[in-house]
Ligand binder design. Structure first.
Ligand SMILES: NC(=O)c1ccc[n+]([C@@H]2O[C@H](COP(=O)([O-])OP(=O)(O)OC[C@H]3O[C@@H](n4cnc5c(N)ncnc54)[C@H](OP(=O)(O)O)[C@@H]3O)[C@@H](O)[C@H]2O)c1
Length: 287
């Protein structure tokens, strides 16, 4: 198999770590992102030992800071001549009180939408140096449950709940991924693929730290025992990153079994998709 340079965010644990391990086993050159250097170094050594692949590098950024994301992508571009696969895996559902970043953006939207959006744009020059670049954005089946989007309240200042912010940010991630796909197709670019996926309900640290209220906290803890293992949650990302079967598939939403599924289009329209795209473009403009 041809060796690919693969960059994966949120690779220090959970689905991201298993995705990185599976891809390192196949002999690819991995660049792991995380926000804690010591932890990430340990994870990279663990993956090297487990897979016998020494090409497992690390790069840090706090995805709650778009300035830091930009610094990270600049560092990546100065170190690597190309990027074959970008996996925007990091994501979070936060607590019951709305929080904003030091840059003034709501945190759920920042990590699940603005950061991946900025990474996709900032990495464009290195992605275009690859023969067949692939962008994989990890969304969620929860994109179905955010309720009606309010385009006068993009960042949930009037109506916030952890579930609404998480679900809508993952819905918008599907929309911007599709929008990028149509733009590429319109420009006649046919070697780049951009897709989204749902990894399954997976027993990770996901949503465990955030205080969602006593009852929901207990339900989450209880549900963990019935969920898939992280190694299973990584399967669709690994498939989309490397399988020749999806070399020419773009603009699709994949289920946890690596099958194309219909995303929830209840609130979708070309106009709404463009509205979200333009909003994200405005947010990342200064970076
Ligand atoms: N688990 C599920 O059932 C499930 C279902 C559907 C979709 N997903 C999606 O799958 C992806 C992976 O989730 P997971 O289940 O593996 O969850 P996880 O175990 O909580 O891992 C999330 C990853 O994102 C990173 N991250 C969070 N906030 C960050 C920040 N501000 N800056 C840098 N990194 C940050 C975490 O790093 P730290 O360790 O530093 O926090 C961690 O590496 C997410 O996009 C999630 O939305 C998960």
């Amino acid at each position: 198999m041809e060796k690919k340079i693969i960059f994966i965010t949120g690779a220090n644990r959970g689905i991201g770590k298993e995705t990185a391990t599976g891809l390192a086993k196949q002999g690819h050159h991995l660049v792991l992102h995380g926000r804690n250097k010591a932890l990430l170094q340990d994870v990279s050594e663990e993956i090297k030992t487990a897979t016998g692949n020494n090409e497992v590098d690390i790069i840090m950024a706090d995805l709650y800071s778009l300035a830091d994301v930009k610094r990270m992508t600049d560092a990546f571009k100065s170190r690597y001549e190309r990027l074959d696969v970008l996996i925007n895996n990091a994501g979070a559902m936060l607590g019951r009180h709305r929080e904003v970043t030091s840059e003034g953006n709501e945190k759920t939207m920042t990590i699940n939408l603005f950061a991946p959006f900025l990474i996709m744009h900032a990495m464009k020059p290195v992605l275009l140096k690859s023969d067949s670049p692939r962008i994989i954005n990890v969304s969620s089946a929860m994109h179905r449950y955010g309720g009606r989007p309010d385009f006068n309240d993009f960042q949930f200042e009037k109506n916030y709940s952890p579930m609404r912010a998480y679900s809508l940010s993952k819905l918008y991630l599907i929309w911007v991924t599709r929008h990028l796909d149509s733009q590429l197709k319109m420009r006649g670019v046919d070697n780049v693929t951009v897709n989204t996926l749902h990894p399954g309900a997976v027993a990770t640290n996901f949503a465990q730290d955030a205080d969602k209220g006593f009852m929901i906290n207990q339900i989450y803890k209880f549900a963990l025992r019935f969920m898939d293992k992280p190694v299973d949650g990584a399967k669709t990302s690994i498939y989309l990153a490397t399988s020749p079967d999806v070399k020419n598939v773009s603009g699709a939403y994949f289920s946890k079994k690596g099958k194309i599924e219909k995303a929830n289009d209840r609130y979708w329209s070309p106009e709404n998709e463009k509205l979200i795209w333009d909003y994200c473009s405005g947010i990342i403009k200064k970076y």
